[in-house]
Design a protein around this ligand. Structure first.
Ligand SMILES: C[C@@]1(CC(=O)O)C2=NC(=C\c3[nH]c(c(CCC(=O)O)c3CC(=O)O)Cc3[nH]c(c(CC(=O)O)c3CCC(=O)O)/C=C3\N/C(=C\2)[C@@H](CCC(=O)O)[C@]3(C)CC(=O)O)/[C@H]1CCC(=O)O
Ligand SMILES: NC(=O)c1ccc[n+]([C@@H]2O[C@H](COP(=O)([O-])OP(=O)(O)OC[C@H]3O[C@@H](n4cnc5c(N)ncnc54)[C@H](O)[C@@H]3O)[C@@H](O)[C@H]2O)c1
Length: 208
């Protein structure tokens, strides 16, 4: 029997979130303009050591500056070639030409590479999310493509609302977790006991 609650939860947004280790993967960005810069920035803000190749017929100075400071970004100022796809795991396509973007996507799909065509939901295997970052904590937000602007506003809201002290709490919990002895069930019980006070259930309105 299907689990109604489980399926209802996924009704609105069926995207499956994951957190990728981009320093272990090969990412290609095609396009060296405004959107290419936005996507490279988004990648490096989250994964400063990401291995990225960026190919653009022209490459804007801001991308050059970003790449010069980055750990593993390679730039090629020339048009895209299909050999750029060799060994790539992810491709983000951001040229100004929709037909060209679709053709590059086809070439990538033929190689089973996951593709994001910037601002073109129908041609994406994955979307970029809006990301709240507080030390080790990361919250990725998706509006299912309905409103990236709302995603950005929610990022600002959560960034403001989440206290910086949470990093210390996380570090302490990490230490406690590493030091816990006993079997798995015991560790889970202990960690749940220690953290119970972190999430206080508020009473329904009218109740005390
Ligand atoms: C989150 C974020 C991540 C990132 O890109 O890094 C992101 N877009 C961001 C900003 C943003 N993008 C746009 C605006 C202008 C205002 C507006 O349109 O709202 C603003 C706001 C601004 O810049 O202020 C334009 C836009 N975006 C898409 C379309 C096409 C369409 O909707 O059909 C158009 C119209 C293009 C046109 O009109 O031509 C599509 C997508 N944009 C997504 C991600 C994916 C869905 C994410 C989700 O599920 O919410 C998806 C589906 C695919 C993708 O590109 O991955 C980043 C916020 C980062 C941050 O600051 O936190
Ligand atoms: N700039 C925006 O704010 C914005 C907003 C919404 C949607 N978009 C869309 O995003 C896409 C890119 O926009 P942009 O502002 O970055 O454009 P842009 O003109 O600034 O940059 C396009 C880049 O693609 C490169 N390019 C073109 N053909 C290429 C090829 N064959 N191989 C490699 N590189 C190639 C160009 O040299 C340039 O570096 C477009 O589809 C645009 O409609 C842009």
């Amino acid at each position: 029997m299907k689990n109604d609650c489980l399926y209802a939860a996924a009704d609105g947004n069926t995207l499956f979130p994951v957190f990728l280790k981009l320093e272990q993967l090969q990412t290609l960005i095609v396009g060296g303009g405004t959107v290419g810069l936005e996507k490279l920035t988004a990648v490096l803000q989250n994964a400063p050591r990401a291995a990225v190749t960026l190919v653009g017929t022209t490459i804007c100075p801001d991308i050059r500056n970003l790449a010069a400071e980055a750990y593993a970004v390679e730039l090629f100022e020339r048009p895209f070639l299909s050999c750029d796809l060799y060994g790539k795991d992810l491709v983000i396509i951001a040229t100004e030409n929709a037909e060209q973007n679709a053709a590059i996507r086809e070439a990538a799909k033929a190689r089973k590479i996951l593709v994001n065509v910037a601002d073109t939901p129908a041609l994406c295997d994955f979307y970029l999310g809006s990301v709240v970052r507080k030390g080790n904590l990361k919250i990725a937000i998706s509006t299912n493509g309905k409103s990236p602007t709302l995603a950005k506003r929610l990022r600002e809201l959560f960034t403001e609302a989440i206290p910086c002290e949470l990093e210390e709490v996380m570090q302490n919990l990490g230490r406690i977790r590493d030091g816990l002895k006993g079997d798995f069930a015991h560790k889970v019980k202990e960690l749940n006991r220690i953290t119970a006070g972190l999430v206080k259930k508020s009473s329904p309105p009218g109740e005390r």
